[in-house]
Design a protein around this ligand. Structure first.
Ligand code: SAM
Ligand code: ZN
Length: 300
């Protein structure tokens, strides 16, 4: 066990070259006591111990927060999303996320950012790139899917990657400057707990015309998506909002199949709609995303 590589060990070497450090302010998923790392394991004062796997992540998902044997996105969904994002189709969105995270902070301040429902880690990697060499960042990614976290750790060891649920983040209270929840499952009370009083939650949700052209192919009739802006979320108030909208030209069958596989439409679509989408060889789609910057409601 002493030989197990931990992300902290990996990062101590990388630290010399980058200013990205893994998030370490962790809590035991069983009793919420602080976790400390030694010999490749995280331990709480009561002796609960969690090994950092050889693949560079730690499983902090308590059984009571595990609703199925293999929760979250499947291996296939994760692989499809990884291929799609790697091809750069959502790069303008990643740039907008990074701009929102880094935007208002002075250059020298170290910034702690957790991605809650990080998937295969694309947005944290892009954030690290956008921050460049001069912006210190402390990064952590949480996802309930072990496949997603495994893939994130495979691609980048600079962040702390954890299998855990947004319902109970293994993260100390008031320890996070920026919390991301991108196309994810927000748990606002838990998000409010982990954010510093000055922290911000960045929420990304599909806008009304998101992937409309794909939806037109797979559903016989399209439900009019609500254009209502949800600007109230328990315990938070809206500080800023922007719409990120752009077109993507998808060429080839495989990339269209990947887009379908990474969305909930794969399971919701009627078989004939799915077949119609999978038969396409070219598709221009609209990406329409609402980004909301939310802050903790504090009485003033
Ligand atoms: C639509 S994907 C988005 C992934 C990533 N944010 C992105 O945009 O590429 C939703 C992610 O939330 C994860 N997820 C589902 N329920 C969760 C929960 N309760 N806590 C944390 N992650 C969860 C899934 O495994 C999946 O990776
Ligand atoms: Zn414990």
């Amino acid at each position: 066990m002493g030989q197990t590589p931990s992300w902290s060990q990996a990062c101590q070497c990388e630290l010399r070259f980058t200013l990205i450090t893994p998030f370490t302010d962790l809590l035991c998923p069983l009793d919420s006591q602080p976790l400390g790392v030694s010999d490749g394991s995280w331990r709480c004062p009561s002796g609960h111990s969690f090994d950092v796997s050889r693949r560079g992540y730690v499983n902090l998902l308590a059984v009571q927060n595990k609703r199925s044997r293999d929760p979250g996105d499947s291996r296939e969904m994760v692989a499809a999303r990884a291929r799609f994002l790697k091809a750069g189709h959502y790069r303008p969105l990643a740039a907008a996320v990074a701009r929102n995270v880094l935007g208002s902070t002075p250059l020298v301040d170290p910034l702690t950012c957790i991605d809650a429902g990080c998937g295969e880690g694309y947005y944290l990697r892009e954030l690290a790139t956008a921050a460049g060499a001069s912006r210190p960042l402390t990064l952590g990614g949480v996802d309930i899917s072990k496949w997603a976290v495994q893939e994130a750790a495979r691609q980048d060891r600079r962040a702390a990657w954890m299998v855990a649920s947004n319902a109970r983040l293994p993260v100390a209270g008031k320890s996070v400057d920026r919390l991301l929840c991108l196309f994810g499952f927000p748990v606002f009370a838990e998000f409010a707990r982990v954010l510093k009083p000055t922290g911000e939650l960045l929420l990304a949700e599909a806008g009304p015309s998101h992937l409309q052209e794909l939806r037109e192919v797979i559903y016989p009739t399209l439900k009019q998506k609500s254009t209502a802006v949800h600007s109230t979320h328990a315990g938070f108030y809206l500080r800023a909002e922007e719409t990120v909208r752009f077109q993507v030209l998808l060429q080839g069958n495989a990339v269209i199949a990947d887009l379908l596989a990474m969305t909930p439409h794969m399971h919701r679509a009627p078989p004939e709609g799915r077949a119609a989408a999978l038969a396409l060889t070219e598709l221009q789609v609209t990406v329409d995303v609402r980004l909301q910057q939310l802050v903790i409601n504090s009485p003033r």
